[in-house]
Design a protein around this ligand. Structure first.
Ligand code: UFG
Length: 340
């Protein structure tokens, strides 16, 4: 069986990807420092797939620990690197922590990946690299804009670190997946998103409000130049996103990549407004949501949704789930963890 390392494999996107990898017959080893995840996620994964993934609690900032991990796992044929800090606001407060945590760790891992017999690497990138793009939908060739936050900058610099390394190391094969807005949970409701503290993202805020943990959702601005005045995003079901990782990994393992560094947008291609997301949630849950219109949030782009042709035709991946499916699964998960 082919052994795949998933860093951050107990996190939101990582755990769903571990499930899809195991479903496809890969042997998975997870590294996670548990800074924003729980070891209980292992149980959820195991109860879905019937297979227990290997797990090592490891801080990727400790270079020597990373080196010894790879010494013990020389048979890894691919690495999917999720482990990173991801709170935009926190990154503004703690830029050095973000650069250290997201970039040093990337460098340590890449050095080890280069020593493997099969140097296949998938990187979690983000649509944030496009900023407010001029044209919708956004293609992969849209200009990269100055980052709005240290978090966003770590994704841009991360891609540059990989691209520069690919330029001189032909044995390295890498794909950066630029995610749009991942939402939802596994349909079994055994794994899902576990935000610590007050959620910063729309969908967990909605489900926590409906579950009674938050009093009211603030819709950040209804005076944007969009059909209903609220911002537009491309919300992608996390299971579809997880499947994109497996397909990208297979592309590398089977030497089907067109060049040794590729980028793909991973989105649905459909833009939804904040009010449309609320409406979809109300349909899924059969209850009305308590929300109010609030001022705009600083740093929000008006609209971002993906041009998906490159992912559809070259990668051979297409999102299957609708916004309603994703909202239903997010609500099922919230009910599961709150015992509702
Ligand atoms: N929103 C609200 N109320 C909330 C939370 C969000 O109205 O309580 C709105 C936002 O203003 C935005 C939309 O819902 O219009 C989506 O907001 P999210 O915070 O869920 O997602 P973002 O598009 O802001 O964030 C995404 C990724 C980040 C990335 C960021 C950069 O989740 O990882 O894009 O643009 F950094």
């Amino acid at each position: 069986m082919k052994k795949i390392l998933v860093t951050g494999g107990l996190g939101f996107i990582g755990s769903h990807t571990v499930v899809e990898l195991q479903n496809e017959g890969f042997d998975v080893v997870i590294i996670d420092d548990l800074s924003n995840s729980s070891v209980d996620v292992l149980e959820g994964i195991t109860s879905i797939t019937g297979k227990i993934p290997l797990f090592e609690k490891l801080d990727l900032k400790e270079k020597s620990s990373v080196e010894s991990f790879f010494q013990n796992h020389k048979d890894i044929v691919g690495v999917i690197h999720f482990a990173a800090s991801k709170a935009v606001g926190e990154s503004v407060e703690k830029p050095l922590d973000y650069y250290e945590n997201n970039l040093n760790t990337l460098i340590y891992i890449l050095k080890e990946v280069l020593n493997l017999n099969a140097s296949n690497f998938i990187f979690s990138s983000s649509c944030t690299v496009y900023g407010q793009a001029e044209k919708m939908p956004i293609t992969e060739t849209a200009p990269i804009q100055a980052a709005e936050s240290p978090y966003g900058n770590t994704k841009q610099i991360g891609e540059e670190i990989i691209r520069d390394t690919c330029n001189v190391k032909s044995e390295l094969n890498a794909i950066a997946l630029r995610y749009f807005n991942p939402i939802g949970a596994h349909p079994s409701a055994k794994i899902g998103e576990l935000p610590i503290g007050v959620p910063q993202n729309l969908v967990p805020y909605i489900t926590q409000t409906a579950a009674g943990l938050r009093a009211c959702l603030s819709v950040f601005g209804n005076d944007y130049p969009t059909p209903d005045g609220t911002c537009i995003r491309d919300y992608i079901h996390v299971v579809d996103l997880a499947k994109a990782h497996v397909i990208a990994l297979k592309r590398l393992v089977e030497n089907k990549n067109a060049s040794n560094f590729e980028t793909f947008n991973i989105g649905t291609g459909v833009g939804s407004s904040v009010l449309e997301v609320i409406n979809s949630f109300e349909k899924a849950s059969g209850q009305s949501l308590n929300y109010k219109i609030a001022p705009r949030r600083e740093g929000d782009v008006i609209s971002a949704y993906a041009h998906t042709e490159k992912a559809n035709t070259i990668l051979g991946w297409k999102a299957q789930s609708s916004l309603d499916d994703a909202m239903q699964s997010a609500w099922d998960w919230e009910k599961h963890i709150r015992n509702i």
